[in-house]
Design a binder for this molecule. Structure first.
Ligand code: 5GP
Ligand code: MG
Length: 172
């Protein structure tokens, strides 16, 4: 039987919010070049839409984090796809994420990137499930704060399905 997807955030609303985020980032980084570190796979839809609406010079890099659950309760984050040190050092880096949930992934990725001496480091996430945090973590640019629902669409998958939905939805 086909899954039912309930629309949580329609496409037009996402589009409007991405324009606002792009404008805000443009003004805060005026006169600088920005490197967007796109976290694969989920954030690539959001990152492209954001990048197209920014006017400061941008560079794109792609990273992928993987978490391994060991015998202890905390998962360890490793980089499945990484960038060379010189893509970080001295650069204005914005990590672009699809959703911040427990905060574990981004807390670890941000620490790894910070250790490589960027000129500045910020995090931009389309979605933030703030009530789900396990480790303290705050994003710098957030599209939408949402509740504790598993969402799909706009790059986000459910077992690799539904990434191509043009809206954010909840699988019922
Ligand atoms: P965390 O913040 O828990 O370390 O991990 C965030 C990652 O978990 C996201 O990048 C995403 O891959 C996945 N994730 C968390 N919540 C959701 C959700 O509601 N839907 C989907 N598709 N992935 C999620
Ligand atoms: Mg992700």
């Amino acid at each position: 039987m086909a899954d039912t997807i309930e629309v949580l955030i329609p496409e037009e609303q996402i589009d409007t919010r991405i324009r606002e985020l792009a404008k805000q980032i443009d003004s805060e980084y005026a006169g600088k070049s920005v490197t967007l570190f796109v976290t694969l796979k989920g954030a690539c839809f959001f990152a492209c839409e954001l990048a197209k609406r920014m006017t400061v010079p941008i560079f794109m890099e792609y990273i992928q984090a993987a978490s391994y659950e060991g015998t202890s309760s905390t998962g360890t984050i490793t980089m499945k796809l990484d960038v060379p040190d010189d893509a970080v050092a001295g650069k204005h880096v914005i990590i672009v994420e699809d959703v911040i949930d427990t905060g574990r992934t981004l807390a670890a990725v941000k620490d790894l990137m910070q250790a490589r001496n960027p000129a500045s480091l910020a995090v931009c996430s389309l979605l933030d499930k703030h009530e789900c945090r396990v480790v303290p973590f705050e994003g710098d640019y957030i599209g939408f704060s949402i509740g504790n629902d598993f969402v799909v669409g706009y790059g986000l998958d459910w077992d690799q399905k539904y990434r191509n939905l043009p809206y954010i939805g909840i699988v019922r």
